[in-house]
Ligand binder design. Sequence first.
Ligand code: GTP
Ligand code: MG
Length: 247
Amino acid sequence: MPDAPVSAAAPVALILLPTYNERENLPTMAELLLAQPNLRVLVIDDGSPDGTGALADELAAASHGRLQVMHRTGKRGLGRSYLDGMRAALQTDADLVFQMDADLSHDPKYIPDLVRGAATADVVIGSRYLQGVSVVNWPLRRLILSTFANWYVRTITGIEVRDCTAGFRCFRREALARLPIDRITSDGYSFQVETLFLALEAGCRVSEVPIIFVERRVGASKISSGVIRESVFTPWRLVLRRWFGRR
Ligand SMILES: Nc1nc2c(ncn2[C@@H]2O[C@H](COP(=O)(O)OP(=O)(O)OP(=O)(O)O)[C@@H](O)[C@H]2O)c(=O)[nH]1
Ligand SMILES: [Mg+2]
């Protein structure tokens, strides 16, 4: 595993990397991440049946402490994994906390762009919809679903962000600390919408930087009908909670 240089002046980033059956993708992702300076990784594995957790332990052992693994035993879920990861991140000295997918859709080469963005924003989003649509290898039906989902969320919630459902994000640590983490209940794409909504409510400055998103080449997507159903209701739940002040 490469031992990238450390610069005392640059911010320290912690990458939260949830995994479920990403055995084929994790080694490449870990290598690309750890090639970058001032960066640590927390793999959050949900007991993947394909052995991703054990593989992550092997990567951790060779990483000189730069990669750690959280083996979750609670109910499976992307949102739950991120929440546990965020709580853990707040116990560290990281200046910046990233969310990324482990399936290589989010290229680590964009991390420096998000770090630069975080100099003037509290939350920086790696956006697929800033310069037209920058997505590679999506079938048309998936593109339509994602474009519609973003329009739907923006229309109902009034969030003025092009890519509200993006999973490539960087939070300044202070911004993450301001989020009412214990109130977040959604799990799929809605998790991204809910955290963004709450970040804006907490007064965070949000900016976007363009990325090119590449659909996973190996492994299976975990999108389910439950995730899509949740995405339909979540924007309404968020605005109703705001209107009626229910906390
Ligand atoms: N810990 C954990 N990670 C998960 C869970 N579901 C998905 N993930 C991870 O979350 C990331 C995003 O999941 P994907 O299945 O790629 O979902 P997606 O990116 O929305 O869908 P595709 O574009 O089809 O890949 C990947 O790193 C997954 O391994 C889960 O229940 N628990
Ligand atoms: Mg994916």
